[in-house]
Design a protein around this ligand. Structure first.
Ligand code: GDG
Length: 472
């Protein structure tokens, strides 16, 4: 089996439980192939008094059979590539928030510079028959940069965030360059059919690509295959965490603490795409409209700190704090606080117990590539007495999880009614919805995702014709 090389902005030790998500997903195949995982170390090197910071120092560690290699970034590169273009332009635009994008002309050069640096540092470590899998919006042009250095390995790309429709995408300075760069891959994967269809419309209308059928497109003297590969979770691993001593202990504690009340739970990175203020307004509306819920329902909202160096994240923090404060101030009683809000990261081993003790999960992003919390909540439930998932129709997960209570998070009253319905739902309905949902997430779990992408990549060798295909 060829070696798998994974490249992503950040990486995690696949042997550790705390790593979660992607690391767990990739652990098996990285281990089995003695793989390499490459990315940014998270370290920023300041310029020394005399001049420029030394960029790109490599750090290498062995995690079992997997080699982890990271590189440092200079302050200037980090600010333009990570804070600027990735999180100040691509993240908001791909989440349909043109109003929050900061289109500074200097960012794109830094973004390209770091992708070139990644390519230069990675190339000497590559073998001819490696399979390379590049992840997410930070690294869109990486394959093009590797090709420019002469790399001809099979390269796949997976976008974890949404791809918006062509007219929104077109607001990104350099959008044509970015999409052209996607043609350097052999396979490009998206989270949902909706995202995939946006790619198809864009390449047809803006790049006049030729549709070769079966997801294949020709443009810029290259062919690329594209498709939807909805990411899943490791259901078994998550269920095992729920049943491990720490998971059980957390569950018992929450049940004792909230024995007289129904718990609602929200677990999100504190990000404006997650719709937290809208969620709080919907919860407030429910308390207003259905007074019988007073004193009987408590919402625990964990908002883990995220990207605190991007200014839009500070605004959302203040808005959320003020909403939680006013809900508790207006509705709270001496022995009941409607909202318990925590701006903190909770240990991964404690999440399953918290999910299992909750009657309702609120997963109401304004836009989300997939949303793994929705799937984790389902995996942690007791099938005999499961909780109810209230899910935004704008999460990629809504394409698969049709038996959740789907809501439009912009419709505050509609969402409030759905939360109320979820709290009242009879046990038979909860069981039958959960049964369908759990079988979906078991069938389309993270191993299905990983194997499906890599099998398709193994067959999807692009054709290159004639003249140089990419001038960046
Ligand atoms: C991107 C896309 C896509 C959250 N708070 C804590 C914590 N978490 C964990 C959750 C979950 C993960 O972080 C969040 O995953 P999501 O999918 O919900 O969202 P993003 O971070 O935005 O991820 C998203 C995903 O990539 C995968 O492709 O689904 O659409 O935006 O696993 O449990 N974990 C711990 N403490 C916390 O406080 N330990």
């Amino acid at each position: 089996m060829p070696r798998l090389v994974v490249v992503s902005n950040r990486l995690a030790d696949p042997r550790k439980t705390a790593a979660g998500g992607l690391a767990v997903a990739l652990a098996d195949v990285l281990n089995n192939t003695g793989g390499l995982w490459f990315g940014w170390s998270g370290k920023i090197v300041e310029a020394s008094a005399g001049g420029k910071a030394g960029e790109g120092e490599l750090h290498s560690t062995q995690a079992g059979a997997v080699k982890l290699v990271t590189l440092d970034l200079s302050r200037e590169d980090h600010d333009a590539y990570y804070v600027g273009y990735s999180n100040g332009v691509l993240w908001p635009v791909c989440h349909y928030r043109l109003d929050l994008a900061d289109f500074d002309a200097g960012y794109i050069a830094g973004y390209r510079r770091v992708n070139q640096l990644f390519a230069r540092k990675l190339k000497p470590m590559l073998r001819e028959d490696d399979i390379i899998w590049i992840h997410d919006y930070h690294l869109i042009p990486l394959a093009a940069e590797l090709r420019a250095l002469g790399c001809s390995q099979r390269i796949g790309f997976f976008l974890h965030i949404p791809l918006p429709p062509p007219l929104i995408l077109a607001a990104i300075p350099g959008h044509d360059w970015l999409i052209r760069a996607l043609f350097a891959y052999d396979l490009v994967g998206f989270q949902s059919e909706a995202d995939h269809s946006h790619f198809c419309s864009y390449v047809q209308t803006e790049a006049h690509a030729q549709n070769l059928g079966e997801g294949r497109w020709r443009a810029f003297n290259r062919t690329v295959q594209a498709g939807a590969f909805p990411i899943g979770i490791d259901v078994e691993e998550f269920t095992a965490l729920a049943e491990a001593p720490e998971g059980r202990e957390m569950y018992e504690r929450m049940r004792r603490e909230y024995s007289r009340r129904k718990l609602l739970v929200g677990v999100d990175r504190l990000d404006y795409s997650k719709g937290l203020p809208h969620r709080m307004r919907a919860f407030r509306e429910m308390l207003q409209k259905y007074p019988e819920t007073h004193n009987s329902a408590t919402l625990i909202q964990i908002a883990s700190p995220s990207r605190e160096d991007v200014s839009a994240y500070n605004d959302i923090l203040h808005e959320l704090e003020s909403l939680c404060g006013s809900i508790n101030g207006n509705f709270g009683e001496l022995d009941w606080m409607p909202v318990r809000y925590m701006h903190r990261t909770v240990a991964r081993t404690r999440l399953p117990g918290l999910y299992r003790a909750s009657r309702v999960a609120l997963v109401t992003p304004l836009r989300d590539g997939m949303n793994l919390v929705a799937k984790e909540f389902l995996a942690a439930q007791d099938p005999q007495d499961p909780g109810v998932l209230v899910l935004s129709r704008f999460a990629g997960a809504a394409e698969q999880l049709r038996e959740a209570l789907l809501v439009n998070p912009y419709d505050i009253e509609g969402t409030a009614n759905a939360i109320h319905l979820a709290l009242q739902m009879p046990i038979e309905e909860r069981r039958s919805r959960h049964q369908s949902l759990i079988s979906t997430i078991k069938e389309y779990d993270v191993h299905w995702w990983c194997d499906g992408f890599l099998d398709t990549l193994a067959k999807a060798k692009a054709e290159e014709t004639g003249t140089p295909w990419l001038r960046l």
